[in-house]
Design a protein around this ligand. Structure first.
Ligand SMILES: [Zn+2]
Length: 424
């Protein structure tokens, strides 16, 4: 339903007096445009388009949630989080500790958003400013240079990971050509019999694009480490699926900040990292709050589109701690993740994976290359253990405690401090 409706939508966008009918994906890509008027125009036209179809989206969501709640009732389950938590092999106390820690540390991220607003000449950010670029002095690397950059920095963390990535480059496992007609985004897929992986992406040479390539190589490395496990023990859940990829991405994005040639570049690279933290601690948090409240109200009957808009606005105000002036009421209609039929709550595993891999990254930085073996042992266990046991065994930490999550958040707060200092 979602794909059919979205696929048929066209968004009329007027730039320089010329109106073009864009697909939703094309319109979304303009959210990073440097011109604030274009960003606002795109946001308004998109919001209008979602609003025209909101009854269809509301009906789809209500049926999906209603079906699940009915199945849960028949099974005698009274908690709608039971299924997503079991799927991710995690306890509710872990989820609560994570959100509690995040809720307690919103202030630095509000400071970052306010600083960004200030740099854009505003008092407060609007939704369509969140992805606005702050500079046009970004460095680009050729594919060859990007590959060298990745290999060099992988090597300082794990020679085996660097060796593995080199093999992927040399044996042409990566389809990264920048040409028309490719779908957006990147992914990695693995072949258990040949023990190989393939990566798809469109390489444009920006530093964040190099980090994406590192991210996909991280996924490939995860599959590589799992090869020694029994095939039935290689199926990891979503919250740990992004561990190796985020780890690899952090190595490259940190190195790019450290090696930036100008203060402008450094600021913009730090900002790219901060946008990610805001996405994890605020945007995903809003999705979780919305979905929880929606399921609660759905127990009483159909929740109309107008009420879904209200729930989304409340969730965004709370999750962004009031830092956003104009929010995005029809985000629930626009975001594909709410419509995935196999798993509900396709949101908190992202934040879990982000903070989890940051803690591993912090440990790896402390220990240097000797951490390699421990890191690979952890990856091998990702598909056979509940996450509480996995982290206790490999990091010696209790993730049902808020203090574990706070350590990862503190690393992101350091980025905020560095960004504000540079901006000042
Ligand atoms: Zn990924």
């Amino acid at each position: 339903m979602y794909d059919t409706i979205v696929g048929s939508m066209t968004i009329p966008i007027t730039i320089d007096g010329k109106t073009e009918e864009l697909s939703v994906g094309q319109a979304n890509n303009l959210s990073t445009h440097g011109n604030p008027e274009i960003r606002k125009e795109v946001f308004d036209r998109l919001e209008e388009a979602w609003s025209e179809k909101e009854e269809l989206f509301a009906k789809t969501l209500n049926h999906l949630a209603g079906f699940r709640l009915h199945v849960y009732e028949k099974r005698g389950w009274d908690d709608f989080l039971k299924e997503p938590l079991e799927y991710n092999r995690m306890q509710k106390s872990t989820l609560q500790a994570m959100w509690n820690a995040i809720s307690k540390h919103k202030k630095p991220f509000v400071d970052y958003l306010n600083k960004k607003a200030h740099l854009l000449g505003k008092d407060k950010l609007d939704w369509y400013d969140l992805n606005a670029p702050l500079s046009n002095d970004d460095e680009t690397l050729s594919f060859q240079e990007g590959a060298q950059f990745i290999l060099k920095h992988f090597h300082s963390f794990s020679p085996k990971m660097a060796q593995f990535a080199e093999k992927a480059f040399e044996e042409a496992w990566i389809e990264a050509e920048d040409r028309p007609g490719k779908r957006p985004g990147g992914f990695c897929t693995s072949f258990p019999l040949s023990g190989q992986s393939r990566i798809f992406m469109t390489y444009n040479g920006s530093m964040s694009n190099v980090a994406t390539l590192a991210h996909e190589l991280g996924h490939a490395f995860h599959s590589y480490t799992l090869q020694s496990m029994h095939p039935l023990n290689r199926n990891y859940a979503m919250n740990v699926a992004e561990t190796a990829s985020t780890f690899a991405e952090s190595i490259v994005s940190d190195a790019s900040v450290n090696e930036a040639k100008t203060a402008e570049q450094r600021k913009s690279l730090l900002e790219a990292k901060l946008q990610r933290s805001v996405a994890m601690f605020m945007n995903i948090h809003a999705r979780f709050l919305f979905e929880s409240r929606f399921y609660e109200e759905r127990k009483q009957g159909i929740v109309p589109a107008s009420r879904l808009n209200e729930l989304m606005v409340e969730a965004q105000r709370e999750a962004y701690a009031g830092a956003i002036n104009e929010v995005h009421p029809r985000f629930w209609a626009s975001k594909l993740h709410f419509y995935i039929t196999d798993v509900p709550f396709y949101n908190f595993p992202y934040t879990f994976g982000y903070l989890f891999s940051l803690s591993i990254y912090a440990k790896a930085r402390e220990e240097g290359a000797s951490y390699e073996e421990k890191y690979m042992a952890l990856l091998r266990d990702t598909a056979i253990m509940p996450v509480e046991e996995l982290v206790m065994k490999h990091l010696g930490e209790d993730i049902t405690e808020e203090s574990f999550w706070e350590k990862g958040i503190q690393l992101c707060i350091k980025d905020v401090e560095a960004f504000i200092e540079l901006a000042n």
